[in-house]
Design a protein around this ligand. Sequence first.
Ligand code: ADP
Ligand code: MG
Length: 338
Amino acid sequence: MDVISVMDDALSNKIAAGEVVERPASIVKELIENSIDAESTSIEISLKEAGLTSIRVTDNGKGMSKTDATRAFERHATSKLSNEHDLFRIRTLGFRGEALASIASVSKVELWTSDGEHEGTRVQIDGGAVTKQEHAAFRKGTDMTISQLFYNTPARLKYMKTIQTELGHSIDIVNRLALSHPHIAFKLSHHDQVILQTAGTGDQRRVLSDIYGMAVARKMVPFQGENADYAIDGFITLPEMTRASKNYITLIVNGRWVKSYAVNQAVLDGMHTYLPIGRYPISVINVTADPFLTDVNVHPAKQHIRMSKEGELLNLIKTAVNEAIKKTVIIPDAIKRE
Ligand code: ADP
Ligand code: MG
């Protein structure tokens, strides 16, 4: 007897959502990444109840045509990848074509968008099904609101932590995306309170100041280095301005914020003797490489990547950090001896 059937899209989207949409912050990340890929210069994020009630992201990017405005929510629908060759040369943050399908399957979506050439479109989607699509006057760009997150997946809803914890996750995401895109003006607000605002001048130290405060940003030292495959640069706090958590190290590879235990360790190794026990620096590391050397198709949430010649990259980072710190830190004993 045959017992196998292929799932319908609604079910497979919900299953994929389990991986892509862990919490409100995951949606914040996916929507902002879409706005960045749409070449926006200004992105506004407004949250209610840390995003559990609603997440709204407004951008001034390319926008979408009427057809694309609903196609965007279909599984494997993307404008960023069209053949296998592209998969090894990814320059956009998205490429899987599954974020919107996953998000829409576990929430209610309202989208306003216009490509600036045609009349705008307004779309409503409930639990993945389009319930309304109509013409609507809208300027070029996109405005998407996700509400009632997990309304149809009660187990996931129960798993949500306090408003404070969920908000913390979203702030962290916006901070890192703002750091990785200093040319874009970001504004994050929770109810009516503005939490982060960046100017979009392209100056990364200024974004560091917007996030960590001027006193910290001013005292961060720059570092840089280069080998045959990689160019790196960044900023790091001196030993006197460290924090009690490793969570303030941000790695950006070709404009994509990613997590890497090995790179964190290389930064710490570079600071080794200067670092008080249990203290960690605030740092941002920008890596530029041929996309061919990196594989971003490792994880559904695109948080991890694989890099070829990783050992050499780690050495480069460690040395650059070490030299920058060495140059700046004044060892009290050395002064005494002079
Ligand atoms: P991916 O980003 O991997 O392509 P998504 O599901 O996140 O997949 O988005 C699907 C498509 O919807 C994108 O490829 C893009 O064409 C379109 N899209 C989504 N958000 C925006 C936006 N803010 N501005 C313009 N187009 C967008
Ligand atoms: Mg995307």
